[in-house]
Design a protein around this ligand. Structure first.
Ligand SMILES: Nc1ncnc2c1ncn2[C@@H]1O[C@H](COP(=O)(O)OP(=O)(O)OP(=O)(O)O)[C@@H](O)[C@H]1O
Length: 255
């Protein structure tokens, strides 16, 4: 279990996050959702260990990791731009981290992961020969071969659309389930958060506005901000769909 206790972060005297208290269970998929600038990425970076916290404590499986440096936490992140190596092929990208630490994953485990992510026929391709969804799958595989104790994803679906987005959602769910891996996802898109996660944490102005199951958030928004943020965003999407297909389209389900 990952636990944050009264975490605070300020930049240049300006408080970005305050009174952050939360517990995330093993194997849970949690989305951090909120408007631009509310502190989502800062929260992800604090958990990862890239950014130091100013006050409070972080625990992982009961161990105080507040002072543990990033490389020793064993949490891995997939960045928004995937950060793949253009000069290496797909297989070389996936196995890059194993060069210095070959004992982490066996060949069989790497092959299983490649199969789970449907990358078998792309292994010899260069990165610039891949689609956005394929790049995202390579980035996921490269991170997963290092057996992270927590998987952090920064806007994993924002560069993708339609069917590809749904397929990546399925892969993320499959990975979390197969490896019983705690997965924390930053997104600004309520639809993404509500359809992908076990629980959604809505952040507003540096504080947790609500943290709950998607159904509970939709049915019982904890306050006016949550209600407006979720419902407005979903309404905008619904209106866009109606504008494209007409209000007569009977099967449109946004949530
Ligand atoms: N290294 C930094 N130095 C100073 N201020 C920072 C730094 N990193 C982030 N901030 C500020 O902290 C606030 C929260 O930023 P953060 O990137 O966490 O927001 P976000 O919710 O992820 O936004 P977005 O959805 O636009 O990426 C912003 O006002 C930002 O300008």
């Amino acid at each position: 279990m990952l636990k944050l206790e009264n975490v605070k972060k300020a930049y240049d005297g300006v408080t970005i996050l305050e009174h952050i208290n939360l517990e995330i269970e093993d194997g849970e998929i949690v989305s951090i959702l909120g408007p631009s600038g509310c502190g989502k990425t800062t929260l992800l970076n604090l958990i990862l260990g890239i950014t130091e916290i100013d006050a409070g404590k972080l625990y992982f499986n009961g161990e105080d990791i507040t002072e543990v440096p990033m490389e020793k936490r064993g949490f891995n992140i997939v960045f928004q731009d995937y950060a793949l190596f253009p000069n290496l092929n797909v297989y070389q990208n996936i196995t890059y981290g194993l060069k210095n630490r070959p004992s982490i994953s066996t060949k069989k485990e790497v092959d299983e992961l490649i199969g789970l992510l449907g990358l078998q026929e792309h292994l010899k391709k260069r990165i610039d020969q891949l689609s956005g969804g394929q790049k995202q799958r390579v980035a996921l595989a490269r991170t997963m071969v290092m057996k992270p104790r927590i998987l952090l994803l920064d806007e994993p679906l924002s560069a993708l659309d339609g069917v590809i987005k749904e397929s990546i959602k399925d892969r993320i769910r499959a990975i979390a389930q197969e490896y019983h891996l705690t997965t924390i996802i930053v997104t600004h898109d309520p639809e993404e958060a509500l359809t992908l996660s076990d629980r959604v944490m809505i952040v507003n102005e540096g504080a947790i506005a609500q943290f709950g199951r998607p159904g509970d958030i939709i049915e019982k928004p904890g306050n006016e901000f949550v209600k407006k943020f979720i419902l407005n965003q979903l309404e905008i999407k619904k209106n866009n769909i109606f504008a494209l297909f007409g209000a007569g389209c009977p099967n449109v389900q946004v949530s």
